[in-house]
Design a protein around this ligand. Structure first.
Ligand code: FES
Length: 160
């Protein structure tokens, strides 16, 4: 597995010359490839760019887009902004938690879904909202949430 990651990283680094300015694009590529930033990748990035590992971690923790633990194939984001809150956002989140069997910040055991909450997704007029697989779901109700996840048969087995 480690060897596999190393080979994939070598391939991923190949278009870059090892400049310091390559750091963010490389972090983005690695996350795109693995869904998160594996420890081994952080070490290799630091070596490739001749930077201390602490700098690579420092930069990557600054940006919320970077993750350090594996996430599910699909990211589910439930809006907790004011507009969504006053229109029943809490009920939507509860229903999503029920359907997936996880809490915000957790991933289903089959690595299918990761649940997150966000401050606002910019569609307040269509509140309450959520995003599944980058697709915005508008004017949600608990029933619509249940329908959306109706293909998930093993929600009860899912844990963080
Ligand atoms: S507050 Fe939920 S979309 Fe803006």
């Amino acid at each position: 597995m480690e060897t596999d990651i190393r080979e994939q990283l070598d391939e991923l680094f190949s278009p870059y010359s090892g400049e310091r300015s390559d750091l963010i694009p490389i972090l983005q590529k690695v996350q795109e490839k693995f869904g998160y930033l594996p420890r081994e990748a952080m070490r290799k990035i630091a070596k490739f760019l001749s930077l201390p590992e602490s700098t690579v971690y420092g930069v990557s923790t600054f940006y919320a887009q970077f993750k350090f633990v594996p996430t599910g194939k699909r990211i589910v984001k439930v809006c907790r902004g004011t507009a969504c809150h006053v229109r029943g956002g809490a009920r939507i989140l509860r229903e999503v938690e029920k359907q997936l069997g996880i809490k915000p910040g957790e991933t289903t055991s089959d690595m299918e879904y990761t649940l997150e909450t966000v401050a606002c997704i910019g569609a307040c007029a269509l509140a309450p909202t959520m995003v599944v697989d980058k697709e915005t779901q508008r004017k949600m109700t608990p029933q619509k949430v249940a329908e959306l996840f109706s293909n998930i048969s093993k929600a009860g087995e899912n844990v963080s």
